[in-house]
Design a protein. Sequence first.
Length: 95
Amino acid sequence: MIEAFSCDSYFYIVTAYASYGDLTSFFEQYPNVRTVEANLREIFRQTALGVAELHSQNIYHRDIKLMNVFVQTTGKDGFKILLGDLGHSCILNPG
């Protein structure tokens, strides 16, 4: 998240630009990615780290699917996984 703010009765969250779009679009645009086990392992690893980070803050996504996982370019042949669409998420109070 880059920034969050509210205006009138709306709440806005500004996030990083996911240049490859969501995982559905990414797999359609680059079909060979899903056939390389190392790529899939890295996508899963980064997604799990994102979920763990949310959970460490007592946030539960509740709608993880290909269309809510985004892919950002990080340079030559690199990518970063971002979780988005927290509209169904909830915050649990500890205790």
